[in-house]
Design a protein around this ligand. Structure first.
Ligand code: PPE
Length: 308
């Protein structure tokens, strides 16, 4: 999806012009992928723009770096303040997508990463529906990837590691070239893990089921956690259970969740229509509640919002 430039990007504690937010071609992360990022959204609410679950995202960024043994030279509070400042200075009052990135800069070459400088950047720009408005309304066509999700002892899947996304990219390209909208990845044990940049849920007999993140080698999604809370509040039970591809084929409903994608119904998996093939009642109820929650329209979810 194209990026719409804004005015300033936060880099290592200062705001720099969008065009000047560049880095050296010998930056370590460009060569070896050791680094971590986040995806965060801010939404327009009745009381001004607010960042959704900012602290949780920045904490996960620090956790990703802890796994990689990267010492981030900013505290959680400093990162949260910086994100708020980026939305403010760019006057992103209609909402935006934010991309914090911790990367290793130019200093040394060689696989050992820990002697390279640690850099942190936070950019933000207006961004539409990641899987398209049509997908949000009507559902997306999914394909189980021929690429296996990382084995947990090959790549730490709780870390949003830059290099880890090569696996997602391969799956995404394969799915799109085959005419689908997005890929679902199986772990090495052939259990459902997650999508290339989203978690997923199915609905079976009124119960919501999602793969347990650490067992399934999936990222512990902040949207996924928000959906669990919303579903419970709406009176639906949620369970984390291992599932296989036939559980997807036979689900009554299915949907995927992620910051960029938000909540998107799944219309079919490997050309098997899921349920009625159009968004089901549980998916629709959860999706519409999520969209209201992020936009500050439901007071009980107000503590998920960081006011800019
Ligand atoms: N799994 C993966 C692999 C993943 O990248 C994301 C977020 C999720 C699950 C959902 O996590 P959460 O956003 O906390 O609910 N993916 C980010 C980057 C997507 C991209 O394509 O780039 C995002 O949604 O911002």
């Amino acid at each position: 999806m194209p990026i719409t430039p804004t005015k300033k990007i936060w880099m290592d504690g200062t705001l720099v012009d969008w065009e000047s937010a560049t880095t050296h071609v010998l930056s370590h992360t460009l060569h070896y992928g050791t680094g971590a990022f986040e995806g965060i959204r801010a939404y327009k609410t009745p009381n001004g723009v607010a960042i959704f679950r900012l602290r949780e995202h920045m904490q996960r960024l620090l956790n990703s770096c802890k796994i990689l043994m990267i010492d981030v030279p900013f505290t959680l509070d400093e990162l949260c303040d910086a994100a708020l400042e980026v939305v403010r200075v760019n006057e992103l009052n209609e909402g935006c997508y934010m991309r914090p990135l911790v990367y290793l800069g130019y200093g040394e070459m060689g696989i050992y990463p820990l002697s390279s400088p640690v850099n942190v950047a936070i950019a933000a720009w207006p961004w539409g529906a990641y899987l398209g408005d049509h997908g949000v309304e009507n559902g997306v066509r999914m394909k189980i990837s021929s690429w296996t999700r990382h084995a947990p002892n090959a790549m730490p899947t709780a870390s949003k590691t830059v290099g880890g996304y090569v696996n997602s990219s391969l799956a995404k390209v394969e799915a799109l070239k085959a005419g689908y909208d997005e890929a679902i990845m199986l772990g090495p044990d052939a259990r459902i893990s997650e999508c290339t940049g989203e978690n997923l849920f199915i609905v079976r007999d009124g119960l919501l089921i999602s793969p347990p993140p650490s067992e399934a080698g999936a990222l512990r999604g902040i949207t996924q956690a928000s959906i669990v809370k919303i579903a419970n509040d709406l009176g639906y039970q949620v369970s984390f259970e291992a599932m296989r591809r036939d559980d997807l084929y036979l689900a009554d409903e299915a949907f995927l969740t992620g910051t960029a994608a938000e909540v998107v119904p799944i219309a079919s998996v490997d050309d098997r229509v899921v349920g009625a093939g159009s968004p089901g009642p549980v998916t629709k109820a959860i999706q519409s509640t999520y969209f209201k929650a992020v936009r500050g329209e439901i007071p009980e979810y107000e503590d998920w919002l960081a006011r800019v």
